[in-house]
Design a protein around this ligand. Structure first.
Ligand code: UD1
Length: 429
């Protein structure tokens, strides 16, 4: 298993290209199941989760062609995928595949909408809280599918097609909103989704679905209206930039010190996180090509932050912010309201010398003068990158074990940081 070795203490300077968003790419790839025609996606990041979803879609009979490199293109350009679900040969998504990535459960929506049936294993994925799928099932059921649970599988049936309905989510759910929106595109009549998630990735997927001939309005707000159509067509769509990757590198430079340009980043996708960074004392300067983030000399100020659905501070940046606050001058508080139990990074950060107290959903972080390198273990996707951030400011060597978690969501992380002066390398094997 690969490990990452970091020697702390180097300042960062230079440019980091921001990749396409993982959390938009996955539902966009899944949306290809809604049409017989080819969906072409540009700016697709090279991530383990994307490769895994290619396999999952392949199992349904989807053909995926990756465009070859054109002259002048570097690894910094995303990939282009041509996805064709002309023939869906199997409507079952098996346990062996779905258990590796939770978002693959979402295939249930396009499969039942287009094929009238789907048999999808209950998901696995990151070990952060219980992460049920009851609301996703509720949404499909509201659209008229008959649902059974059979041997760990959710079996959805709608032989005569889905019917538009009102779906009011009791809790904001990104996966629930994607599922409801995708399924409703091919339903008969109008669907209204209330208390919808407002994450930018929802709006990006809606944009793409509309290019495919769907009739969706209100995506990006808490009320989405979908007028069902009989058929969707092919389209071409470029994935929006990854706001979590953006925020992660912004925090990395706030931690290590220095001056970084986050190329292609879009400030409006993570305003709450940028505001927090400014509060900590970092300089944040948006331009029309990206965002410049710097911290030179000044110490870090402590903050009090609560995670919540967009547009609030994202849970996917909580671990990274906590790493940053381990070096603040004073006591910070971070309250996690989206996922229970999303604090697995706390004990690993403690191995580096962090002082963090946990009480229910709240972490109290007492900033320390110095962190010291150690062996640490990546436990989930975002937690693992928080260890990298901490290591950038720790004295001596840190080894992050189990980096396959990182590879699920961060494209060439060690290369992007090393180019900016970090002492970081991958140890293979
Ligand atoms: C998505 C993101 C993930 C992010 C999360 C919250 C992708 C691929 N993943 O995950 O990176 O951390 O949004 O921003 O986009 N819930 C239920 N029942 C359900 C579904 C969810 O109770 O049926 C709860 C969850 O346990 C959680 C909350 O709702 O407490 C939000 O989860 P949700 O927004 O659905 O997260 P995901 O879509 O899985």
């Amino acid at each position: 298993m690969d490990r990452i070795r970091i020697v702390g203490g180097q300042r960062l300077s230079g440019t980091i290209p921001i990749s396409g968003a993982k959390n938009a790419t996955l539902p966009l790839m899944i949306a290809s199941l809604l049409t017989e025609e080819t969906l072409t996606l540009d700016n697709v990041p090279r991530l383990a989760d994307v490769v895994l979803l290619q396999r999952i879609l392949g199992n349904h009979g989807v053909d995926i062609m990756v465009s070859g490199k054109r002259s002048g293109m570097t690894a910094d350009h995303g990939q282009t995928l041509h996805i064709s679900a002309a023939n869906i040969v199997d409507t079952t998504a098996p346990y062996e595949l779905v258990s590796k990535m939770r978002a693959s459960f979402w295939v249930i929506a396009p499969l039942v909408a287009r094929m009238g049936q789907a048999r999808v294993s209950m998901p696995g994925g990151c070990a952060i809280g219980t992460r049920p799928v009851d609301l996703l099932i509720m949404a499909i059921e509201r659209l008229g599918a008959k649902i059974d649970i059979d041997g760990g599988y959710v079996v959805a049936q709608a032989p005569k097609g889905l019917k538009g309905a009102e779906i009011a989510f009791p809790k904001v759910t990104v996966g629930g909103t994607h599922t409801a929106m995708m399924a409703a595109t091919l339903a008969d009549g109008t669907t209204v989704i209330e208390n919808a998630a407002r994450e930018p990735e929802i709006a990006d997927v809606a944009d793409c679905l509309n290019k495919m001939g769907a009739r969706i309005s209100g995506a990006g707000t808490s009320r989405i209206v979908v007028e069902g159509v009989a058929k969707l067509n092919g389209a071409r769509h470029a994935v929006l930039p990854d706001r979590i990757e953006t925020g992660t590198y912004a925090m990395a430079v706030a931690m290590a010190g220095g001056d970084i340009f986050l190329q292609n980043a879009r400030p409006e996708l993570l305003q709450a996180a940028l505001d927090v960074l400014v509060e900590t004392g970092a300089t944040v300067a948006p331009t029309n090509r990206g965002i410049r983030v710097a911290r030179n000399g000044a110490g870090l100020a402590p903050v009090d932050v609560t995670t919540a659905p967009f547009p609030a501070f994202p849970t996917d940046l909580q671990a990274q912010l906590m790493a940053l606050m381990t070096r603040a001058h004073g006591t910070s508080r971070i309250t996690e309201t989206v996922f229970e139990n999303r604090f697995m990074h706390v004990q690993e950060l403690a191995r580096l010398g962090a002082r963090i107290q946990l009480e229910g959903e709240r972490a109290t972080i007492e900033g320390v003068e110095r962190l010291k390198g150690a062996q640490v273990m990546a436990t989930d996707l975002r937690a693992s990158v928080s260890l990298v951030i901490a290591a950038l400011a720790a004295e001596g060597e840190t080894i992050v074990n189990r980096v396959y978690h990182l590879d699920r969501g961060f494209e060439r992380l060690e290369e992007k940081l090393a180019r900016c002066g970090a002492a970081i390398e991958r140890l293979s094997g």
